[in-house]
Design a protein around this ligand. Sequence first.
Ligand code: G3P
Length: 218
Amino acid sequence: MKFFLDTANIEDIRKGVSLGLVDGVTTNPSLVAKEGKSLEDVAKEICDLVDGPVSLEVVSTESKDIIEEARRLAKVHENAVVKIPMIEEGLKALKVVSQEGIRVNVTLIFSATQALLAAKNGAIIVSPFVGRLDDISTDGMDLISDILTIYDNYGFDTEVLVASIRSPMHVLQSALMGAHIATMPYKIMEQMVKHPLSEIGLKKFLADWEKHKQLVHD
Ligand code: G3P
């Protein structure tokens, strides 16, 4: 299972990379806007730090503009993956650019049929948003399970990237279902490391070791 960081924050990416856990990065216009830098600048900084796919999202909504933007973003770095939204114009653009060899992550996926369309038109990744579905009282993880079943039924190579992850439970459920990728804020990665019994256990080991050292010295 691959872990991506869902951020454009360089410090968080550095921290994740130092843990050795980052296989790629996903960004979106909101995340890039938060950093107050241009997409190209952020993209280059991220690509220098991470040896893996980095998703960069288009902001055009007409297919011809999406195609142009996708071609430009794909050239930013060899690890760039272009994120295209699930709209009709996006599907048209996806068909064209995927045939040119541009790697596309189709984002804003909220139904299994949307994921099916994206795979048919050549997406290498789809991004279903589980947290935002949970927010409207719909089980986001059911969507992941449906997409995985459909892709398996027809042998699609498209990878399922679980997005809008809000807790380690989303990661656990994704792993149990066999989702290919989970993208998460750095905070979730930190939460997954921690367990109170690990901390209590280590404290006790170290305290016992201190006592033992004193006994040996006496
Ligand atoms: O990058 C797409 C997705 O992960 C956004 O998550 O938390 O804004 O719903 P969120």
